[in-house]
Design a protein around this ligand. Structure first.
Ligand code: 5GP
Ligand code: ZN
Length: 143
């Protein structure tokens, strides 16, 4: 169901213009205005979905099934050397538009475009503590 106050629903229906990359019955792909790197594309489900926590596994499967061919096309079009694929969920994790989207961020040169910063806490946990953390998550995975 579309949400009247959602800018990405408006992009899907065409009331807000966008530079369309690809469209089919499930997804709409268009250039992110910010163009963090040339070809930076957003892939969204047409069906309004807030974020990963609001997404069925069936819709996730259908959306992600489209990612390799769109990623390959971006890579081929501009001879990208690599690509980050990113999805922010909730404001604390950097989400600013609350319609689920995957960022496809082609990478051309080190020090340009999207830079992933991983703060490692590798030394902070024993293997037993890692087992406890994994078990806590596993308990909540729906069968
Ligand atoms: P988020 O921060 O939610 O992961 O990413 C939202 C993205 O949507 C941002 O990178 C921003 O540049 C992009 N964006 C926001 N409004 C518009 C718009 O009206 N058109 C397009 N093409 N991109 C938008
Ligand atoms: Zn929406």
């Amino acid at each position: 169901m579309k949400h009247d106050d959602c800018i990405f629903c408006k992009i899907v229906e065409g009331t807000i213009p966008s530079a369309k990359v690809y469209e089919d019955d499930v997804v709409y792909a268009f250039l992110d205005l910010s163009q963090v790197s040339k070809g930076h594309t957003l892939v969204i489900p047409k069906e309004h979905t807030r974020d990963v926590f609001d997404m069925s596994s069936d819709l996730a499967a259908q959306v992600y099934a489209r990612i390799p061919k769109i990623a390959q096309a971006i890579k081929t079009a501009f001879d990208a050397k690599g690509m980050n694929i990113l999805n922010n969920n909730e404001a604390i994790a950097g989400q600013s538009v609350f319609h689920m989207h995957l960022h496809l961020l082609p990478k051309f040169n080190e020090g340009e475009g999207f830079e992933a910063i991983w703060k490692t806490n590798e030394d902070a946990y024993t293997s037993e503590e890692l087992e406890t953390i994994a078990s806590s998550i596993h308990t909540h995975i729906e069968k």
